[in-house]
Design a binder for this molecule. Structure first.
Ligand SMILES: [Zn+2]
Length: 346
């Protein structure tokens, strides 16, 4: 019995040894590997965390993340140059892009009216940030024609958009606390640039003769701009482009333009220009020559890779275009412009 047991033990041990010899190292596990090669773990470079995949609806929100997130973020915007956010519907490709994001930024206040269900759905399983949700409600416009809703075009008061910038900074810190110091430092630089831009807009618009400080555009995107920088703002269409402008709306504005002798009206990059052309024709028929003062960026930034493809560049373009067309003086000295990011397709 004893002898038999000893034989069995030898057999079992032998089998175990055979298994150990035949088992490839990768099946044994990392600890065993490290033990057999003690220097390997120490010489491995520390892992660099992958950039945070940020997807923004409008490019203005994406621009905040790009400036504050720096190398830690990879930003994609759903809506590019000339795209109207009031009418934008997400494509199946957009839904995939959003599903793949680590963080989704949207402007809110009903701007992306046709995406609200999708954004709500995404919020149940993703980090979804409304960049305007820390702006004090008392500072939001509530125009009577937009019954019960706030005016969503907050980016045209640069001081309000700076609050959106601080919101994005805090959202990035919450997502990636290890890079907190970098986000704080980047935001400090960027928010300082926005403060400079705000002061520049105020001073520049103030050079327009008082009687000519009337800004007429296709849709009512510039309410905050007018309030912040001292212009009376009028538009053919309301706060949203969702409803068609009527002939009555156009005629009512022609009356005002003739009466106030307004020298110029403006087209918008994200709205068809036909109503503005109708306005010019209407004035002409009444003996008042009004010119097209230029194209403004309203609800979309300019082309990626150009200065107007950044938020600061877009605002500078609008301020200078309006000032020149209405008889003001554009200063030669400009506020600092953040680096223009390279063109990037959607
Ligand atoms: Zn709009």
């Amino acid at each position: 019995m004893k002898t038999f047991s000893r034989r069995m033990i030898i057999k079992v041990l032998g089998l175990a040894a055979t298994i150990a010899l035949c088992t490839p190292a990768f099946l044994v596990g990392p600890h065993a590997m490290a033990a057999s090669n003690p220097g390997a773990a120490a010489s491995k470079p520390p892992a660099v965390p992958a950039p945070i995949k940020v997807v923004a609806t409008i490019a203005m929100a994406g621009d905040l993340a790009r400036n504050i997130g720096g190398a830690r973020v990879n930003v994609r915007n759903l809506m590019g140059e000339g795209v109207d956010p009031h009418l934008y519907k997400a494509s199946p490709g957009d839904v995939r892009t959003l599903s793949d994001a680590d963080m989704i930024l949207f402007s809110g206040l009903h701007l992306e009216g046709r995406m609200s269900d999708l954004i709500t759905r995404m919020a149940s399983r993703k980090t979804v940030v409304q960049v305007t949700d820390t702006i004090d409600e008392k500072l939001l416009r509530e125009p009577p024609e937009f019954a019960g809703h706030f005016d969503p075009h907050v980016w045209f008061d640069v001081s309000l958009w700076a609050t959106a910038g601080a919101r994005v900074r805090d959202a990035l810190i919450a997502k990636d606390p290890a890079s907190k110091e970098m986000y704080i430092a980047n935001a400090e630089i960027y928010l300082k640039q926005l403060a400079e831009l705000h002061a520049y807009a105020k001073e520049t618009i103030a050079t327009i003769p008082k009687a000519a400080r009337v800004m007429v555009t296709a849709h009512d995107a510039f309410g905050y701009f007018g309030r912040a920088y001292g212009l009376e703002v009028m538009a053919i269409q309301g706060i949203s482009t969702d409803s068609e402008a009527s002939l009555q709306d156009i005629n009512a504005l022609v009356d005002v333009l003739v009466l106030k002798k307004v020298p110029a009206v403006f087209i918008e990059s994200s709205v068809p220009r036909k109503t503005i052309d109708a306005l010019v024709e209407g004035c002409k028929a009444r003996g008042h020559a009004v010119k097209i003062g230029g194209e403004l960026f309203s609800d979309a930034m300019g082309k990626d890779g150009t200065p107007e493809g950044t938020y600061v560049g877009m605002v500078l373009h609008n301020v200078d275009t309006v000032t020149e067309a209405l008889g003001g003086k554009v200063p030669a000295r400009k506020p600092s412009l953040p680096a223009t990011p390279a063109a990037k397709s959607k």
